[in-house]
Design a protein around this ligand. Structure first.
Ligand code: NAP
Length: 255
């Protein structure tokens, strides 16, 4: 029997206790992967993992606050000890910085009057947290025959789309926090992809669309399952799949 036949595929999703991350975890479990539910609150993580197991999936909670190096290191240690490798990393955990607000309420992110501490908090989670988790998990990903990294970004990250005054995002309010944090995530995606291409590690960014979750006070029109579809597709790419790309369910998104 070859290694592929016995290889237990392991996926870690950060911020998987709710929203898009949770839906991605559900879909990966349906595909037979062992899913590690990254959650900063152990109780919420355990509840999500238990619900997934009740639905027939193989899921385990992993305490992981992407802004807390102690939990990041401990999560990597536990995954290494328990499974020895990681096949998929989905960097999904993210905050808007404005609390649970609809886009119209995001005025507190306007560049000319933004609170710099809020910008720092958003970058700490949405950008620096991705570097922290990715680097902690890279040794485990390198032990996978087909490692995949997916960074959950947003259409708002697109400089091409958001700089067009007549474009589809002309109604998006100017933001110095969430939107630039996702553009930085795009840049990071390309840089990691360039570093890891030679090792067969595919790294892509996903734009889930406008999804009904707590992060936008449930104003989104897509279900979390619909938003997670592109994330899962990029997490399960074949060896000939793209890297350094940015995709929505409708296809490539301009940078
Ligand atoms: P959500 O329901 O608010 O879920 C966000 C998740 O991230 C929660 O599990 C949250 O944990 C977790 N999280 C936040 N800070 C964290 C930290 N420091 N460490 C670990 N986990 C942390 O929001 P969502 O809409 O599903 O968002 C998921 C991703 O999709 C985000 O990156 C977001 O920017 C992106 N996105 C969403 C939309 C949309 O329309 N919803 C559109 C484009 C992109 P707690 O439960 O503990 O808070």
């Amino acid at each position: 029997m070859g290694e592929q036949a016995t290889h237990q595929r392991i996926a870690l999703v950060t911020g998987a206790n709710k929203g898009i991350g949770r839906a991605a975890a559900e879909q990966l479990a349906e595909r037979g992967m062992t899913v590690l539910i990254g959650a900063r609150d152990p109780r919420r993580g355990a509840e999500a993992a238990a619900a997934l197991r009740a639905a027939g999936g193989d899921a385990h909670a992993v305490t992981l606050d992407v802004t807390d190096q102690v939990t990041v290191r401990e999560a990597a240690r536990r995954i290494g000890a328990g499974f020895g490798h990681l096949d998929v990393l989905i960097n999904n955990a993210g905050i808007t910085g404005s609390g649970q607000v609809s886009p119209e309420d995001a005025y507190d992110q306007v560049p000319g009057s933004v609170d710099l501490d809020m910008v720092r908090r958003v970058f700490e989670t949405n950008v620096f947290g991705v570097i922290a988790v990715t680097n902690a998990m890279l040794p485990l990903l390198r032990r996978s025959p087909a490692p995949r990294i997916v960074n959950v970004s947003s259409h708002a990250a697109s400089l091409s789309l958001t700089s067009d005054p007549d474009g589809p995002f002309r109604a998006l309010l100017p933001s110095a926090a969430y939107t630039p944090s996702k553009s930085a995530l795009s840049a990071l995606t390309v840089q990691y992809a360039n570093e890891l291409r030679k090792d067969g590690i595919l790294v892509n960014a996903a734009a889930p669309g406008y999804v009904d979750t707590d992060s936008n006070n449930h104003t989104g029109h897509l279900t979390p399952a619909q938003g997670a579809a592109v994330v899962v597709r990029l997490a399960t790419l074949g060896a000939d799949g793209p890297t350094a790309g940015f995709f929505s369910e409708d296809g490539p998104v301009p940078w």
